[in-house]
Ligand binder design. Structure first.
Ligand SMILES: C[S@@+](CC[C@H](N)C(=O)[O-])C[C@H]1O[C@@H](n2cnc3c(N)ncnc32)[C@H](O)[C@@H]1O
Length: 137
């Protein structure tokens, strides 16, 4: 799901060469619309094994609520960039201006996920931080 098709179109020839294009259903849209539609159609709740979220950081908590319905119990939701260049452990005065807004959203998300008893989580310190959440119920 992405409102910007450019990266998908760039990658598509390589995806085709790898013979896996039949596994992709690209939705040219914003994520909230598609996730809400999937829930509204009444057939998709609890049907996904895995969701990977790497989109607009201000909406991650909204995506979390919807994905907890769509991912099956025992399934995984992965959130990218949860260390936000390491700034989530820096004092705000040491954070460069460009990173401040995202840092605020990621701090909110990290606190929210840490207190969410519907999931078990691991914040993996690879890349820019990847939080894996396993749906418990
Ligand atoms: C950092 S890029 C990651 C894209 C992809 N995961 C990758 O690694 O190539 C963030 C992506 O989020 C998309 N995005 C921004 N707002 C979005 C929204 N409301 N719903 C879904 N995707 C969104 C952007 O268009 C952009 O392609």
């Amino acid at each position: 799901i992405d409102p910007d098709k450019e990266a998908y179109e760039f990658g598509l020839p390589y995806i085709q060469r790898a013979g896996v294009d039949h596994k992709i259903n690209f939705c040219h849209s914003d994520a909230l619309t598609v996730l809400n539609d999937l829930i509204a159609n009444g057939k998709e709740e609890g049907s996904f094994d895995f969701a990977f979220v790497d989109a607009n950081k201000d909406a991650y908590i909204k995506y979390h609520e919807l994905l907890l319905k769509l991912v099956k119990v025992g399934g995984i939701i992965a959130y990218d960039n949860t260390l936000w260049f390491g700034t989530v452990v820096e004092a705000e005065e040491n954070v460069e201006e460009f990173a401040k807004k995202g840092r605020k959203h990621l701090l909110q998300l990290n606190s929210f996920l840490a207190a969410d008893d519907r999931i078990e989580l691991a914040l993996v310190s690879i890349g820019d931080g990847l939080t894996l959440c396993r749906r418990l119920y």
